[in-house]
Design a protein around this ligand. Structure first.
Ligand SMILES: Cc1cc2nc3c(=O)[nH]c(=O)nc-3n(C[C@H](O)[C@H](O)[C@H](O)COP(=O)(O)OP(=O)(O)OC[C@H]3O[C@@H](n4cnc5c(N)ncnc54)[C@H](O)[C@@H]3O)c2cc1C
Length: 475
């Protein structure tokens, strides 16, 4: 893990101003401590930052940006560092600003079901906090223990329950954002309806920290489900999965997850997590189905009845319906092995594409066959959130970086051919930047560059993420 080669120490003036603003204990020069801030979960090369800043208040974040803007000092913004595209990974010459100390849950409206939180609150901490009062924050993903709600908003995270609750964008009522010039923009509206001009908060959701740093969020909660039913289905084909999800959406208003796993994924998941294969015979595709409601017995009966009909019509070839909370966890474990698989398949590519559902089966077949032929050594594991067109492919290891890049280019070109998106929920960062043109037109890219110039004219904030080059002033 190299130190940046072209790193010039901070100017004494900037260093003194930062120390006066934040206090010495909020500025780490300690190589051992800073090593933990060298990169996210992606394969973007790690770079150990010389300095990591730990502001404690939104005002300190804004003040830090103002100073860095004045001195032209580039900054990498870090949440929980679970990103898969290298957005939070520092680059040479950058200092790191970590949101980890902005971790207070400031207000919880237990009547209206909203919460005001600082950006560095871990997703799982928030989930557990609101459950005590009968509410739920429904965003959920495998990295819940480490990822932060600010990072979730910055990447517009999706996860397991988008089919029912939408992505992070649907759960954010308001934001507070520190802008590169030091202004603290209060967009913390708490009302659901608000048609008073352009809704600026949406510019920052999914912008991956390139336009401003999210410091506080007002989030929308849902009443906590008191009954969760889970089933694992073996399916004869991908087409059967598309029929099943349609049937379940029609019959089960509480459907909260429909996670698809292809056979190779299931095999690898069992290996890495030491799980017993769920069924006697392997199936081409598996679907993990979850409903959330308030009546355990009635919900399970409805799920069993609907899946029973699917069995009769050969849409499903076998099924396990969980009978207890422990069973629920055991069935989710097949899908949740992704974290271990990411560790095992390094160096990997973790694709997160969106493909129109009608064409997803063909896409998997075509890409899977090409990869197996061209790269017989690495594993190629397909899984995804079928209800929202989102397909993941985890493939690795690729010891040769040139192979990895060539393989990525070929897969993303195919995504373009299928009219898909190169990123469904993980964002662009640096890893997917070379392939953005497959999903965005030249005009869209120009407008994105112009927006960057409006918010960050000196290009100090997460430079080189999503887009290359200097911000482009509007013509
Ligand atoms: C095992 C595993 C499973 C995952 N599953 C899913 C999944 O199902 N769905 C999904 O969408 N993602 C998933 N991810 C990816 C990742 O967890 C999400 O992208 C998450 O939202 C990132 O949050 P973070 O706090 O870790 O952000 P980081 O990785 O720290 O940062 C991500 C980006 O956001 C920026 N950023 C962070 N905080 C802020 C802020 N406060 N203001 C402005 N910019 C900021 C960073 O600069 C960077 O560009 C998974 C990752 C892992 C490791």
């Amino acid at each position: 893990m190299p130190l940046p080669t072209d790193y010039a120490p901070l100017s004494p003036d900037l260093a003194a101003s930062l120390a006066a603003l934040l206090g010495d204990d909020a500025i780490s020069h300690d190589p051992a401590r800073n090593a933990a801030h060298a990169g996210d979960w992606s394969e973007a090369p790690h770079v150990q930052p010389p300095i990591v800043l730990f502001p404690r208040t939104p005002g300190q974040v804004a003040g830090t940006l103002r100073l860095c803007h004045e001195h032209g000092q580039p900054i990498a913004v870090q949440g929980g560092l679970t990103g898969l595209t290298g957005g939070a990974t520092p680059q040479a010459g950058e200092i790191v600003l970590s949101l980890s100390r902005l971790n207070a849950i400031e207000d919880f409206d237990t009547v209206g079901g909203t919460v005001l939180v600082q950006a560095g609150v871990a997703l799982e901490v928030l989930q557990q906090h609101v459950e005590t009062e009968g509410w739920a924050f429904p965003l959920d993903l495998g990295a819940r223990g480490s990822c932060q709600v600010g990072g979730n908003a910055a990447t517009n995270a999706g996860g397991n329950r988008v089919i029912r609750y939408g992505t992070m964008r649907n759960l954010v009522l308001g934001l507070e954002v520190a802008l590169p010039d030091g202004r603290l923009l209060d967009l913390l509206g708490r009302v659901t309806k608000n048609t008073t001009g352009v809704d600026l908060k949406h510019l920052f959701i999914g912008a991956e920290g390139t336009l401003g740093i999210i410091t506080r969020l007002t989030l929308k909660l849902s009443p906590r489900a008191t009954a969760t039913t889970v089933a694992l289905c073996a399916l004869p084909s991908f087409q059967a999965a598309t029929r099943l999800v349609r049937e379940l959406r029609r019959a089960l208003p509480g459907l909260s997850a429909f996670e698809l796993m292809w056979q190779d994924f299931m095999t690898a998941s069992c290996e890495v997590s030491q799980l017993r294969p769920p069924f006697g015979d392997p199936a081409p595709v598996y679907a993990l189905v979850e409903t959330q409601g308030v009546d355990d017995a009635a919900d399970r009966q409805q799920l069993e009845q609907t899946l029973g009909q699917a069995l009769e019509h050969d849409i499903v070839s076998d099924v396990i319906v969980a009978q207890s909370l422990d069973d629920n966890h055991s069935l989710w474990a097949y899908r949740e092995s992704v974290g271990e698989l990411l560790g095992r398949l390094k160096p990997f590519a973790a694709f997160d594409v969106a493909i129109p559902v009608a064409r997803m089966g063909d896409f998997v077949q075509q890409v899977g066959a090409r990869l197996a032929e061209r790269y017989p050594e690495p594993r190629h594991l397909f899984f995804g959130h079928l209800g929202d067109d989102n397909l993941h492919l985890l493939t690795g290891p690729y010891p040769d970086a040139a192979d990895l890049h060539a393989m990525e280019a070929a897969v993303y070109a195919t995504v373009g051919d299928y009219g898909g998106s190169i990123s469904g929920e993980h964002g662009v960062g640096v890893v997917k930047k070379p392939f953005l043109h497959h999903s965005r037109s030249a005009d869209e890219l120009t407008i994105m560059r112009q927006l960057k110039a409006v918010f960050d004219p000196r290009g100090i904030l997460n430079p080189g993420r999503i887009l290359d080059g200097a911000p482009e002033p509007a013509r």
